[in-house]
Write a protein that binds this ligand. Structure first.
Ligand SMILES: Cc1ncc(COP(=O)(O)O)c(C=O)c1O
Length: 354
């Protein structure tokens, strides 16, 4: 046991790294040797620890299993050819985790515990960060309620944990997405803006139905009229109509994506016109009809910028322009990737070198 930056560290006796096939990484099935953990009790966060990744023991009565009081984040670490490791805008994830925490009646966590803990974890598991194009170490910080109590109320005790997973691409091809007009993801006043596990649980059945129909993902529409576009399963959405990049505003029913914000900033830096406003599915279909729909794509940590090739709406599939014609989003993607790998300029100081 050692102690670094007030984090007590217990290392694995034997690494599992030799069992990992870096050439054939899937998404989210392999986990690095160590995890970071910190417990909240008596109104404060306690000692930070790094330990071997292992099963956790819990009482069947713990609150999270019954009322879903749990939130999470998603980030990535990338390694360049020199072996340097970078993370991207970690302060945004801390900020969003705390917004989620407040909405779910959970305690906030300091940037120090979250980011210093993560940095230390990445130093210890640095060999787990892939450096092949398209691969990365996915980082999953999460917090959950652990009171052994099945009354419905906010818990007094919580665990904050970070696990990491070497991953390949989330999608291997441009997407077929279906506009959802039966189910909803979030409504005004709900928890749509939070990265709360329950948002995802409620999306699984509609997503499975869409997949059974041959789509990769759903496009959620607003809860009142199923008219305005919200976001997709794990990504925010952008459309380019007549040269203008249009994206729904990050109000309180969609997740305020870090990639969304970064892509919009890059677009503005490149001199592209950007509009953050409500966009209806009718507007998108009309633009498709008159030839002004140039592009549609999703943005997210797991997917980076992923192009949409087909939009299914009310039983019709609308095919979008060929991917290689999508100059603006391809440029945004390459700039974003370069910044994340510490290559070239980082005008907004987004990357943090480990
Ligand atoms: C529902 C949802 N929307 C959007 C995003 C994109 O957010 P970010 O760019 O911060 O990863 C995610 C990502 O994880 C998501 O789960």
């Amino acid at each position: 046991m050692t102690d670094t930056n007030n984090i007590s560290i217990k290392r694995v006796e034997k690494s599992r790294l030799e069992n990992l096939d870096f050439e054939n990484l899937s998404f989210g099935r392999d986990f690095a040797d160590h995890l970071f953990v910190c417990k909240y009790s008596n109104g404060k966060w306690g000692e930070s620890r790094i330990e071997p990744y292992a099963n956790i023991s819990m009482a069947p009565s713990i609150a999270v299993l019954h009322y879903g009081q749990t939130i999470f984040e998603g980030m990535k670490a990338q390694k360049n050819d020199d072996g340097d490791i970078f993370i991207f805008r970690p302060e945004k994830n801390v900020e969003r985790m705390n917004k989620s925490a407040v909405r779910l009646g959970m305690p906030e966590i300091s940037e120090e515990i979250f980011v210093e803990g993560l940095k230390e974890l990445l130093k210890i598991d640095r060999e787990w960060v892939p450096n092949k194009t398209g691969s990365s170490l996915y980082i999953r910080p999460f917090m959950f309620a652990i009171d052994e109590y099945i009354g419905v109320r906010s818990s007094d005790e919580y665990i904050f944990m970070i696990i990491t997973s070497p991953v390949g691409s989330y999608y291997s091809e441009p997407l077929r997405v279906k506009v959802e007009t039966e189910y909803i993801r979030a409504a005004e006043g709900g928890v749509g803006f939070a990265k709360a596990a329950g948002n995802y649980a409620g999306s699984l059945l509609p997503a499975k139905k869409a997949m059974d129909e041959g789509y990769h993902q759903i496009i959620w529409t607003d809860a009142k009229e199923h008219k305005y576009i919200e976001e997709s399963g794990t990504m925010n959405l952008m459309f380019i109509i007549d040269g203008i990049i249009i994206t729904p505003p990050a109000g309180n029913t969609i997740l305020d994506g870090v990639t969304r914000d970064s892509a919009l900033t890059i677009a503005k830096d490149l001199g592209y016109k950007v509009e953050e406003r409500r966009i209806s599915i009718d507007e998108v279909i009309e633009a498709h009809g008159n030839g002004t729909l140039e592009d549609a794509f999703g943005t997210g940590t797991a997917v980076t910028i992923t192009h949409i090739k087909t939009i299914g709406f009310n039983g019709t599939d609308y095919e979008l322009p060929a991917i290689d014609t999508r100059e603006k989003s391809l440029k945004m993607l390459s700039q974003l990737e370069a910044i994340k790998l510490g290559k070239g300029e980082d005008p907004h100081n987004w990357v943090v070198k480990i």
